[in-house]
Design a protein around this ligand. Structure first.
Ligand code: HEC
Length: 186
């Protein structure tokens, strides 16, 4: 395989183009790729007008390095939580997320030729009790790299994010949170 180093040399934030063939990156390489693209990720998501986009990168990122998430398109991802949702950092011992918790997972792809591409933003917001029984009061939102909102629970195109609930609700004992692999925890 071609050398995946120097991902910044070819930083290309265009398009959510596919997810196949992710390369394996060292922590330093994955962090470098993210440093390269995080600004344009935020700028793209911001076109959605979603209120959390401008803030989320200043929250704590509970991933020690971006890691490949098979369940989110096979892209490299991070796991941010706002201050209200800081019990996320206790992982399996966290207990339920309080209302007002926001969890944000941004994503990017790295091709074997080193090109870094933007991926979607995955959001979970803990709403007031009674918001949605099926989602255990979580509002799921998927924002594409160009700022288009694919859907949001209880809002426009709610059905399009139904697949998020189908998977996440399985983790009922962990308040629908899966947490990340121990190897990648901060
Ligand atoms: C097939 C199962 C599956 C689907 C579908 C899925 N997720 Fe996840 N999600 C996971 C797993 C597993 C993790 C933790 C590990 C990881 O990051 O890959 C996770 C983690 C997250 C996190 C960090 C909080 C946590 O649970 O630790 C957010 C935010 C998130 N997903 C949002 C979404 C959104 C929004 C959608 C739909 C657009 C979605 N997910 C669809 C399985 C899924």
């Amino acid at each position: 395989m071609a050398n995946p180093c120097n991902p910044c040399g070819a930083c290309n934030p265009c398009g959510p183009c596919g997810a196949a063939d992710e390369v394996e990156l060292s922590a330093a390489q994955a962090n470098a790729a993210y440093a390269c693209i995080k600004g344009s990720l935020k700028a793209g998501y911001a076109k959605s007008g979603n209120q959390w986009v401008t803030a989320y990168q200043s929250w704590t990122n509970y991933a020690a390095m971006p890691y490949v998430s098979d369940t989110h398109g096979g892209r490299f991802v991070n796991n941010y939580a706002n201050a209200r949702g800081s019990n996320y950092g206790l992982f399996e011992n966290a207990g339920p997320s309080p209302e007002g918790t926001v969890l944000a997972k941004d994503s990017f792809s790295v091709k074997p030729n080193g090109k870094v591409g933007a991926g979607p933003l995955f959001l979970m917001e803990k709403m007031a009790a009674g918001f949605n029984a099926e989602s255990h009061d979580w509002r799921y939102t998927l924002i594409l790299p160009n700022g288009k909102i694919l859907g949001t629970t209880g809002g426009k195109n709610s059905a399009k994010v139904g697949f998020c609930i189908e998977c996440h609700a399985v983790a009922e004992e962990q308040d629908s949170r899966f947490f990340l692999d121990e190897d990648y925890r901060k």
